[in-house]
Design a protein around this ligand. Structure first.
Ligand code: ATP
Length: 210
C-alpha cells in the first residue's frame, strides 16, 4: 500500500511529517511519497523556489522509512493538477495496488472545487488527517459521503475509491506561521526539523537574516 502527500511545503514542517508518519504506521504503508507542488493552481505562489522547497523536503525525510521524495510535478510543465499526478502514478503502479492520497482536513474542505475531483476519488483513496482548528463538514457532499469508511481493511481490499478520516497527532503548525516568524526574525526551531531550520538560515529564505 502506498500513499502520497502533496503540498507546497513552503516550508515543510512537523505538522506534515508527524501526521504522515501516524498514517503510515496505522495503515502499514510501504511508501509515502512527498510531492512538492511546483506551480500550485489553488493558491498564491510559494515564496521559496521549487528547488529550495524540494531540498527542504529531502532534508526532512532522509533516513525515515517509508518516506520518499517524488519530484514529478517539478518536471512537468504548467500548473500542478493533482489528477495528472495521480494518473501518472496509477500508470506506474497499475490498477490493482491500493493507493491513497493524504490530505489535511483544511484541504479536504475545498476538495469539491478541485479539477476533476470525482476522477480523483476514482483514482485513489483519500485519507484525511485531522488538523487543529478544522471540523469535519456536517454537510459532506453526497457523492463523497457514500465513499466514507471507518474500516482500514477497506483501504487494503480496494485499490481506490474510499474516504477515511484518520486521527493523527494534532500539531497546530502551518507554513504560514513559520514564514511569519522568520519575517519577524524569530526562530523556527522545533516547528520543523533542525536541518530545515539550518537550510532556511544558510539560504536566507523567508526574509530571515539570522
Ligand atoms: P500554508 O500555511 O502555506 O498554507 P500549510 O502549512 O497548510 O501551508 P501545505 O504545504 O499547504 O502546508 O499542506 C500540505 C498538506 O498538508 C495539506 O493537505 C494540508 O492540509 C496538510 N497539513 C499541513 N499542515 C498540517 C497540520 N498541521 N496538520 C495536519 N495536516 C496538515
Amino acid at each position: 500500500m502506498i500513499a502520497i502527500i502533496g503540498g507546497t511545503f513552503d516550508p515543510i514542517h512537523f505538522g506534515h511529517l508527524r501526521p504522515a508518519l501516524d498514517i503510515a504506521e496505522k495503515l502499514s504503508l510501504t511508501e509515502v511519497r512527498f510531492i512538492p507542488s511546483a506551480t500550485p493552481p489553488h493558491r498564491w505562489q510559494p515564496e521559496a523556489s521549487a528547488e529550495d522547497r524540494i531540498n527542504m523536503v529531502k532534508l526532512s525525510i532522509e533516513g525515515t522509512k517509508p518516506f520518499i521524495l517524488d519530484d514529478r510535478e517539478y518536471h512537468r510543465e504548467g500548473a500542478s493538477y493533482t489528477i495528472d499526478t495521480l494518473k501518472s502514478i496509477r500508470f506506474e503502479i497499475g490498477n490493482d495496488q491500493s493507493f491513497s492520497m493524504i490530505l489535511g482536513l483544511d484541504a479536504f474542505q475545498s476538495f469539491t472545487s478541485w479539477k476533476d475531483w470525482k476522477d480523483i476519488v476514482e483514482a485513489c483513496h483519500i485519507v484525511i488527517a485531522a488538523r487543529p482548528g478544522y471540523q469535519i463538514d456536517e454537510t459532506l457532499d453526497e457523492y463523497l459521503a457514500t465513499r466514507v469508511t471507518d474500516n482500514i481493511d477497506d483501504l487494503k481490499s480496494f485499490a481506490a475509491g474510499k474516504i477515511y478520516f484518520c486521527d493523527v497527532t494534532q500539531l497546530d503548525i502551518s507554513a504560514t506561521m513559520i514564514r511569519d516568524k522568520l519575517k519577524n526574525q524569530q526562530s523556527c526551531d522545533y516547528l520543523t526539523p533542525a536541518k530545515v531550520c539550518d537550510y532556511i538560515e544558510s539560504n536566507k529564505l523567508y526574509g530571515s537574516d539570522k
